[in-house]
Write a protein of this length. Structure first.
Length: 414
């Protein structure tokens, strides 16, 4: 066998190397020998003498044979290593001996006793009948399982007999929600139009008309627009209309999954039914019980009484207290002092700085007027940017003229 690793307390430790091939042990060939038999020979011959015949490889040499004995290697091993190797071999011998010994009598006794106890409990479970409560709950469980199977079978038959639901488009409930919101917005607009003053109604209608005119000018164009602007406005409007039409068509072609449709339709119908019930209660409220009617009328009367009291206090306020009269008198006196200070002439410092600010404002105004009239010569930077701006405007006008000529040659009319 090939030696792949060597343990610390092995009989071969220090005598062989990794990669050696063990050929003979004490003159016996190891070709057909099992691992257990080889270990027994090695452990038994560790102290009495062990002769090994090895085949090993070197890097640049051919295979060689070498034979080692205990006397050759004992000199290279330390006393401590020999001691621990001897202890380990003794321990291995004891373990092997314990494996071959029969089990203790007590262990056999308790093992047989456990088997007998297990056999008796199994026989007892077979002979003893379940109690009345166990039989009752077992019967209830079987009846419940049978009823569940019957209900499932009936539901399955109903599903098979029912006609399949018509598939709905993906945006079906979106459209319903938009219609509902549109109806609510319409009712709110009608209510707002009915209560708004005539002046507000006039200017609101006028603003809406102006907005519609501006939109029509943007999409259709007018005489002040160039030919290119009219063309690109019309092209953008056509593209947007086509995109909306394609998106609407795609949503109508796609169908909602059947499972989602089933539960969504059921939830929608439930919500609509609840909404109809609430509306019916608002239109035809149920009659109140005598106790509820008594306390409701009492609450309404109390509300009306408080409202009349507040209205009477607004119309005929009670006389103010002494403190209120005092603070009102102080407030009027303070107001008179403020008005008297406004009539007095301003101090000299305020008048000086006011005149100075007016003079600076007048000088800035005169300088701006001279700039507009051309009396002040502009700087080189200002002239440079003015020249660039005029050149850019001329270039834009030339481009527009080229586009207009090209469109007239190709027969495009606005």
């Amino acid at each position: 066998p090939l030696i792949s690793r060597i343990q610390l307390f092995s009989p071969l430790f220090g005598r062989v190397q990794k990669g050696d091939i063990l050929v003979f042990v004490n003159g016996v060939s190891t070709k057909d020998m099992s691992h257990e038999a080889l270990m027994k020979i090695l452990n038994a011959g560790h102290d009495n003498g062990l002769e090994l015949t090895l085949l090993w490889r070197q890097r640049d040499e051919q295979q060689k044979m070498r034979t080692t004995s205990n006397s050759e290697i004992r000199s290279s091993q330390s006393i401590a290593r020999q001691h621990f190797a001897k202890v380990e071999s003794e321990r291995q011998i004891k373990i092997e001996a314990m494996k071959n010994e029969p089990p203790p009598v007590a262990m056999d006794h308790f093992a047989n006793q456990a088997k007998e106890k297990k056999r008796k409990s199994a026989l007892l479970m077979k002979k003893v009948e379940p109690s009345m409560a166990s039989q009752h709950f077992e019967k209830k469980h079987l009846e419940k399982q049978a009823s569940i199977r019957i209900q499932r079978r009936s539901v399955r038959n109903l599903v098979l007999e029912k006609e399949p639901d018509k598939p709905l488009p993906v945006n079906h409930f979106t459209k319903l929600g938009e219609q509902d919101m549109e109806e609510k917005a319409k009712s709110q607009r009608e209510l707002a139009h009915s209560v708004r003053p005539p002046g507000v109604a006039y200017f609101t209608d006028k603003a809406e008309d102006d907005k519609a005119k501006r939109l029509s000018q943007v999409y259709d164009g007018h005489d002040g627009m160039s030919v290119a602007t009219k063309y690109f406005n019309r092209l953008a409007l056509e593209k947007e209309t086509e995109r909306k039409r394609n998106a609407q068509k795609k949503q109508e072609q796609e169908h909602m999954p059947i499972a989602i449709q089933k539960f969504t339709v059921a939830e929608y119908e439930k919500r609509e039914k609840k909404k109809a019930e609430m509306q019916a209660l608002r239109d035809n409220p149920p009659e109140m019980s005598p106790g509820t009617a008594y306390f409701t009328n009492q609450m309404r009367d109390e509300k009306e009484r408080k409202r009349l009291e507040y209205q009477a206090m607004r119309d005929n306020p009670p006389p103010s207290s002494v403190a209120s009269e005092h603070f009102a008198k102080e407030r009027s006196k303070h107001q008179l002092e403020i008005e008297a200070r406004g009539v007095e002439p301003a101090p000299i410092a305020i008048k000086y700085f006011t005149n100075k600010a007016n003079e600076e404002r007048r000088m800035q105004k005169e300088a701006s007027e001279r700039w507009r009239s051309g009396q002040i010569e502009a700087s080189a930077a200002v002239k440079h940017f003015e020249k660039q701006k005029s050149a850019r405007e001329l270039k834009i006008q030339a481009s527009r003229a080229q586009i207009r000529d090209r469109s007239q040659r190709t027969g495009f009319t606005s």
